[in-house]
Design a protein around this ligand. Structure first.
Ligand SMILES: *Cc1c(COP(=O)(O)O)cnc(C)c1O
Length: 368
């Protein structure tokens, strides 16, 4: 059952973006495609397949259930879960050949109660270090010294040691440099302890595109695969969005000056105005914060007026329009174009929050 409000994903764009990114790095640099949050709202398995065709060597997701969903859809690439999972879930993760993020010796102590492995069953882990984002990861030498002995075990493979930047999209690189230097210091701890690590990695999309010299052994590409990147700071590539979102006007009416639109009389007509109702609302991921943004009808911009409802919103139309006329919410129509970046600016966020917020209630259509 398809709803008139539908997201269209152009799979070829995801593949082409990935191919371009692949070409920026030597073959010795592994490409990990980050497809968490249902592929940033583009479809997890679909994004994973396009990433693989574009040259990805591995995938990453945030949570165990996301990795299991990919496996259930037949995805066979190596998958890293970027946040530590519950120690009791480790046997399930191993059954599906998933790589795990670890940050502490304490986690290993717990995990050993649930995992009864012989040296033949190797668990692949990536150790996460916090160099300044302040999210997850070990921060001190003491924490590393506590974790290191667990990593020497015969049944553990340290496939990676990694960190994540806090300011990779900012023009000012002072803090990024500080994090890079801290990471170099931590790598020395690792090397002195004799723990063998297959891949050191630190760069997500923005860092990898802006500073290819930070690629180390692997880059982790999420946003850029979907065409979201700080374009101004990376003139060397031209990546394109893959997602558009379209609907239709479900009702059109003319208001008289002083008449109201929306809950709490949130909009009042200034004069005689044409208003169209579009079947998308905050339960579709179209937050009330997007009041005041624009959509395209008949090739022209129309502004969202009044509070956005759960299932619908209202547009102030440039003039009378046919009921059933196509509404472009994200994407191009005529010479106009609405991007996730434009919408994101309105609510003070990043483009991927717009795409990742689109609810499963919205139909998805895949095109080449
Ligand atoms: C989400 C995430 C990424 C991907 O970041 P993008 O900026 O979307 O490329 C990389 N690494 C980690 C640890 C992440 O959580």
């Amino acid at each position: 059952m398809f709803r008139v409000t539908r997201a269209e994903v152009r799979l070829g764009k995801i593949r082409d973006n990935m191919k371009q990114i692949r070409c920026l790095f030597p073959d010795t640099v592994k490409l990990m495609a980050v497809v968490k949050a249902d592929g940033y709202g583009h479809g997890d398995a679909e994004a994973a397949r396009m990433a693989e065709q574009g040259g990805a060597d591995a995938l990453a997701v945030a949570y165990l259930n996301e990795a299991l969903r990919l496996r259930a859809q037949g995805i066979t690439l190596p998958i890293l879960i970027l946040t530590p999972i519950e120690p009791q879930e480790v046997p399930l993760a191993e059954e599906h050949e998933l790589m795990l993020t670890v940050t502490s010796g304490e986690w290993f102590r717990e995990m050993r109660r649930y995992r009864n492995a012989s040296a033949a069953d190797k668990l692949k882990v990536h150790v996460k270090a916090d160099t300044g984002l302040g999210r997850i990861g070990l921060r001190s030498k003491e924490e590393w010294d506590e974790l290191a002995p667990w990593l020497h075990a015969d049944d553990i493979v340290v496939d990676g040691f990694f960190t994540h930047f806090a300011t990779a999209s900012n023009e000012d690189t002072t803090f990024l440099t500080r994090q890079r230097d801290r990471f170099a210091e931590m790598i020395e701890w690792v090397e002195h302890s004799g723990v063998a690590v297959n891949h050191y990695h630190c760069a997500g999309s923005a860092a990898a595109l802006r500073f290819p010299e930070l690629a180390m052994d692997m880059v982790r590409i999420g946003a850029a695969m979907f065409g979201f990147y700080p374009e101004r700071l990376v003139p060397s590539v031209k990546l394109e969005p893959a997602l558009s979102l379209r609907s239709r006007l479900m009702q059109v009416k003319q208001l008289r000056k002083g008449e109201y639109i929306g809950y709490d009389n949130s909009y009042r007509a200034d004069g005689d105005e044409w208003i169209g109702t579009v079947p998308i609302g905050y339960a579709d991921g179209w937050s009330q914060g997007l009041q005041g943004t624009q959509m395209l009808v008949n090739g022209k911009r129309a502004t969202v007026v009044g509070k956005i409802c759960m299932d619908q919103l209202m547009l102030r139309l440039p003039g009378p329009c046919e009921e059933g006329a196509e509404v472009t919410i994200i994407g191009s129509q005529g010479d106009e174009r609405i991007t996730c970046a434009e919408l994101a600016r309105h609510i003070g966020t990043v483009p991927q929050e717009i795409s990742a917020s689109i609810a499963p209630r919205v139909s998805k259509v895949y095109k080449e």
